[in-house]
Design a protein around this ligand. Structure first.
Ligand SMILES: [Zn+2]
Length: 161
């Protein structure tokens, strides 16, 4: 923290207090150079990181779009809205707690895939096949095999070769 008086780089924290009304942190500081005292207020920033698209352009994080991706993948699938909401909430929390100012759109896609994998295998494959081409063929076959297992009424396990 720069000193506002002499612009020295280093200041000493004398006292730290957390305000309960607005979650701000108040710090009494002293410049180690000119010894002047001042107070800083820090607010916890809870804004979603900006989304960096593949072409490098930035766009605001859009929760409606995120929900849209889920709904499209889950179309006609027997997944309760509560579970979808919980998944979306988990993704938002992950993005918030990363503390990053920017996030690659591909990373959000990966988070969606992770959640869909838990929710519904068919939705997972739907999303994955449009969103990203599978890294390798084995990964894709594994996903398809998982869908077939969960679909088969006999519940027979597909043996791995
Ligand atoms: Zn100073």
């Amino acid at each position: 923290m720069k000193c506002p008086f002499c612009h020295h780089e280093d200041t000493q924290v004398l006292d730290t207090r957390v305000s309960e009304e607005d979650d701000s942190i108040r710090r009494r500081r002293r410049c180690i150079h000119c010894e002047k005292r001042f107070t800083t207020f820090e607010r916890i920033e809870l804004t979603m990181p900006a989304v960096v698209k593949k072409n490098g352009s930035r766009t605001e994080f859009d929760p409606t779009k995120l929900r849209g991706s889920f709904m499209l993948a889950l179309r006609k699938r027997p997944v309760p809205m509560e579970a979808v909401d919980a998944s979306i909430q988990r993704i938002k929390e992950k993005l918030l707690s990363s503390g990053e100012r920017e996030v690659q759109s591909g990373h959000i896609g990966a988070l969606v895939m992770l959640e869909l994998k838990r929710l519904d295998k068919i939705a997972y494959v739907r999303f994955a096949s449009v969103y990203k081409s599978f890294e390798d063929v084995a990964e894709f076959q594994e996903a398809i095999a998982e869908v077939e297992v969960s679909n088969s009424t006999s519940k027979k396990r597909i043996k791995k070769k």
